[in-house]
Design a protein around this ligand. Sequence first.
Ligand code: NFS
Ligand code: SF4
Length: 657
Amino acid sequence: MAEATKPKEAALPPVQDLTICDSTAKMLTKARQDGVVTAFDRAAAMKPCPIGADSACCKHCFMGPCRLNPNDPYGKVGVCGATADTIQARNFGRTVAAGTAAHTDHGMVMLELFRQVALGHIPEYSLMDTEKLYDLAAELNIATEGRSDQEIALNLADVLERTYTQIEGEIPFAVRVPEKTLETWRKAGIVPRGAMREIMEIMHRTTMGVDQDHTNLIKQISRTALADGWGGSMVATELSDILFGTPKPLQAEVNMGVLKERQVNVIVHGHEPNLIDSMLASVNDPALIAKAKAAGAEGINLVGMCCSGLEMMNRRGIPHAGNFMSTETVLVTGAVDAMAVDVQCIKQGLAAVAECYGTRFITTNPRCHIEGALHIEFDEHDPRFCTDLIVEKAIERFASRKVPVVIPPRVDAGVHGFSHEYINYMLGGTFRGSYVPLNDNIINGRIRGVAGVVGCTNPRTKQDFSHVELTKELIKNDVLVLVSGCAQVAMAKAGLCSPDAAHLCGPGLREVCEAVGIPPVLGLGACVDNSRILTAASEMVRAGGLGQSLADLPAAGCAPEFMSEKAIAIGQYFVASGVFTVFGVTFPTMAKTKFHELLFSGLEEQGMGKWGFAKDPHEMARMMLEHIEKKRRALGLDKGKERVLMDMAERRALEVA
Ligand code: NFS
Ligand code: SF4
């Protein structure tokens, strides 16, 4: 390892300050002993630039880069005259554009895969959930009478393609948005037309000398973000469900103990669900298993990480080894024979760590090559070529393992794989699937409201700590929590995704969880599956009794440990949709500026949601609970908690049929 990048031992923060995940802590300690550097230690050596952190600089042209003083934002302007508000808004807009591009490009890959499968060009894949195909067709006004599944699917693909390519009009899933919310968007002129157009326009408007009014820029920023949430991400989720099955609750194991010392361990890390089934076929192929056994292994063990891992866990029950800040440390176990990655959140640092432990580090997507990694491209038309070869490389590494294997034994069991469809079913029953029982429980106060806790982990804050503290506080106060992305893995490791966690809830939520047999924290899947939260929230509005728009719901969102541009895009689409959304770690604006005020209160006055920021998870919880109670009061639900316990008839009404 290059000495220049190696932080001084003495400067390294104690491991217990960096994570509450004990497996990650153990492996970080071992990494330091082995002389291996991870993002935890690089973060300690890399002081964040205070000007950039507050978005007080601009490098959109070569008269600059220009720097302002974050403590005196209006003391200076850029060479072109750009003010602090313009500079911040432009930077924020480009962050949203990048995040939206990531989700929508992923969604577009799913769309193309869906079309190829519908055309029958990929015999390895099929349309698994045709019920959902019909539901979507009905929602989007696609005729089904007398047509084959293939015809309907191809028609659906053409309609959903407009999410990306449409030049004028409203994206297809605008039909899902509650009317009053849509009205707010129309009034503000922010209904997305097509993702490509929105991303192009925000990039244009944020270039030197174009849009220099932050109140106008925010409109295109929101429109771009909405093209992610109600566009690219939603298409990705819905089509992945048809292709690979809509998740249903299943038992699954999380944490590094899912690695098996005497087996060939293959980790899939990244975001796209397209190689999962092929990977499953490869690890179950008798010829490859025989090969693994000939190499001295007991079998082949497939494990996931980050969002790919969540796609596999929520749909197939494949074990999950950890979230974003554990991807390097998991390699320190020495047990990982191959790590196959596709796109997004794949640290370049993995290549060096993999090399230290002999792990075969394999990139599979044409969009993401990494220096030092072996590239085996995944071709959807011949999926087994890539996944078989990954397994072969893993077997090869198993046969030549040179480092000792140390696997932290901890495994946390939980129930994962919730979807909007299942929430509907579990509370409403098979024949009367509905959100009415959920709304009723919110109205009667057993459940105070709903929170989405989502997003990354970040080495600038103790891994998993805020996720877990915040969520415990929310469920203790009878707030039902929906989770996705790396947050879901943090909760799972803390036992919060298990029905046993009901004992941590307030009495009302506990009663509902026990009656239905669900955990108080419902894992929805990858970050693109945050669109499931939008869909569920829209259903809640439609079920009645909780107001007319998404902004009326007693609901709040939070990404307490975010690090990705994608998280900002998600935050902005939640805010524009009407949700109070709190972020932790850091926020890319200068406090006490007009742009900051617009995000943190101005948008709410326009009928949308607003941003919040706090570093302490208890403060985040306080802000979210206060907001939920404010919304309850506005809905006239402030009569306090109903203390009557449910009688048997009511209990039965809650039970899953
Ligand atoms: Ni979401 Fe998934 Fe994790 Fe953050 Fe990255 S893996 S898409 S961006 S780090 S939650
Ligand atoms: Fe400086 Fe203006 Fe150029 Fe930005 S656009 S770098 S503020 S001169």
